[in-house]
Design a protein around this ligand. Structure first.
Ligand code: GLA
Length: 397
């Protein structure tokens, strides 16, 4: 048993009497390599699930109560499945309550659980700590009640919980990746059919470096939802010329050449980002299939430029981080990742340069912004899973 699970087990025993019969529900965060703000436009994304995750140590408690303890925050909260309500003193509860409500609305009868939650996905950093939370607690509920929900359906339910109970009108990428991630692979997801192909991606010759600007965003706080609304506006306006389109996914670069002039300035730039980003994802997948990281990097750089200028979801610190990364020896590509307005950048660098890259990036960023970033190499990880407790068989572990 890992040290981390052993700590969760110990905390569980302290809070709930014993750790007899607990299981662990693990769900990873993700880094999106390319394809930003395309998911809710039925477009394409290319994330990897990463080795940063949320683990819930849980056990059914024979009642209708859900009793949670969040280790990092040292906060405990409870609610009843008969009337799931959040407590404004613990905003993080809305994830657990939201998922419970959605699963119940879909006709699943849940059972009360005791759970200790521990996450290594930094909150608000664009690595989808929220999906890791939603999915790990959803899997814990399902396991405790003996419910088997197919992964795609569960991803949709977790997305619905985030939209309705957390208030962010998010797409499907994060929840889907938390459930379908694979070691040594990217998830090339078509957000219209909600089907994916795995594209092999081993991190032995190329490293994925995540750099946290430490600037925190609040995507629920409006700007994200505004972007989504502007895209819908774009569809409505373009339908006057292209009545067959259902979403921005259906708009081609050629359509944009013909029709860009008919759109108001801001709508035009938002639409242009989505249309060109979808194209970049497809090109990047081809590059990856040919191990052509130079081309892949060029698409990443163009993606950042488009997110910064056309979609306006970057910020000064993200732009600085990307600029520094692109100036360092050997960097293939770098861009902001996730919803934006702060959070992390993702860079691809040759394995032999990774250590020096991390050092230089951190030092130069601090010099330019006076902020201390967190810079680390990420590995790909499998999607969510339930792990039985082996500690019980090896007391003292
Ligand atoms: C957030 C959302 C995703 C996606 C990204 C932007 O992470 O949860 O659905 O829209 O932003 O690509």
């Amino acid at each position: 048993m890992t040290e981390r699970r052993s700590n969760i087990r110990k905390t569980f025993a302290e809070r709930f009497g014993s750790a007899e019969g607990i299981k662990f529900s693990r769900a990873p965060g993700r880094v999106n390599l390319i394809g930003e703000h395309t998911d809710y436009n039925e477009g394409f994304v290319l994330p990897i699930a990463i080795d940063r995750d949320m683990i819930a140590g849980f056990r059914p408690n024979g009642s209708k109560m859900v009793n949670l303890y969040a280790m990092e925050m040292n906060e405990a909260a409870s609610f009843s499945l008969s009337d799931p309500k959040t407590d404004p003193a613990h905003p993080w509860m809305s994830y657990a309550v939201g998922v419970a409500r959605v699963l119940t609305e879909y006709g699943h009868e849940l059972k009360g659980i005791d759970a200790v939650l521990q996450s290594t996905v930094p909150v608000g950093s664009g690595l989808s700590s929220s999906a890791a939370f939603l999915v790990s607690i959803a899997k814990a509920y399902c396991d405790a009640a003996g419910i088997d929900i197919e992964r795609k359906a569960l991803a949709r339910m977790c997305q619905e919980a985030e939209i309705r109970y957390v208030g962010a009108n998010v797409g499907i990428m994060d929840q889907y990746t938390a459930l379908h991630g694979e070691r040594d692979a990217c998830i090339f997801l078509d957000c219209r059919s909600i089907e994916h192909e795995t594209v092999p991606f081993t991190t032995d010759v190329v490293k994925v470096v995540v750099a946290d600007t430490t600037i925190r965003h609040e995507i629920a706080a409006g700007e994200y939802n505004k972007r989504r609304a502007t895209c819908e506006k774009g569809v409505e306006l373009l339908k006057q010329h292209l009545p067959e389109i259902k979403s921005l996914r259906d708009v081609t670069p050629e359509d944009m050449t013909d029709l860009a002039g008919s759109l108001p300035e801001v709508v035009r730039r938002r639409v242009r980002h989505v249309v060109t980003e979808n194209m970049r994802v497809k090109l990047a997948v081809e590059a990856l299939r040919h191990h052509n990281f130079i081309h892949f990097g060029i698409y990443m750089e163009a993606s950042h430029e488009s997110l910064s200028k056309d979609y306006e979801v970057s910020c000064k610190e993200l732009d600085v981080m990307v600029e520094i990364a692109l100036g360092l020896k050997g960097t293939y590509g770098s861009r902001m990742t996730g919803g934006g307005f702060g959070g992390c950048t993702v860079s691809l660098v040759p394995a032999e340069n990774a250590d020096e890259f991390c050092k230089q990036l951190a030092a130069q960023y601090e010099e330019r912004t006076s902020l201390k970033p967190n810079v680390y190499v990420c590995a790909t990880a499998p999607g969510a899973e339930i792990i039985p407790d082996r500690g019980a068989a090896f007391p003292g572990c």
